[in-house]
Unconditional design. Structure first.
Length: 163
């Protein structure tokens, strides 16, 4: 029996998934099951769009010192994070575009170690993309951790020196 909030893979526990909104079923070998978009994700998407529009307008008007390459890297990097939250496979190509933009930006600034790090990120994104799209034969469980377990204070910890 799965603990409350666990995501069951390969169709096991489908009855519980229908009965409880905290449990979703993800078939093995697929990118991801449809996920209900939470209010937080929608708010983040709206703030993202407003920020990108502000950066583009500010750059066009000459109010901000960012280059177009920086704006492209920041916008695609943030979009990548939103796509990861939405469990979309599109996070990989968008993330790769972000890394390429930063690679060019760092190389132009003669920050070669940072540019080299972007190459590593691109290779990892390619590996993740291939792994995700091919799927896996084995199954795994994903459990959502309640906030009370994420934040162990103040109820679960004692102040230093309290014995």
């Amino acid at each position: 029996m799965c603990p409350k909030g666990e995501v069951t893979v390969d169709g096991e526990g489908a009855e519980r998934a229908r009965a409880s909104p905290a449990i979703a079923t993800v078939p093995s070998g697929t990118a991801a099951a449809p996920v209900r978009t939470s209010v937080g994700v929608r708010l983040a998407a709206v703030l993202f769009a407003a920020t990108v529009a502000g950066m583009v307008a500010g750059r066009a008007a000459g109010w901000v010192p960012f280059s177009w390459l920086e704006i492209l890297g920041a916008a695609t990097g943030t979009a990548c994070v939103l796509l990861v939250v939405a469990r979309s496979t599109w996070n990989f190509p968008v993330g790769i575009v972000s890394c390429i933009a930063y690679l060019i930006f760092f190389a132009d600034g003669r920050l070669y170690a940072d540019a080299g790090l972007q190459v590593v990120f691109i290779l990892l994104a390619l590996h993740g993309w291939v792994t995700w799209t091919r799927g896996r034969a084995e199954t795994s469980s994903i459990r959502r951790v309640p906030v009370s377990e994420r934040l162990p204070w103040p109820s679960r910890s004692r102040p230093c020196g309290s014995g």
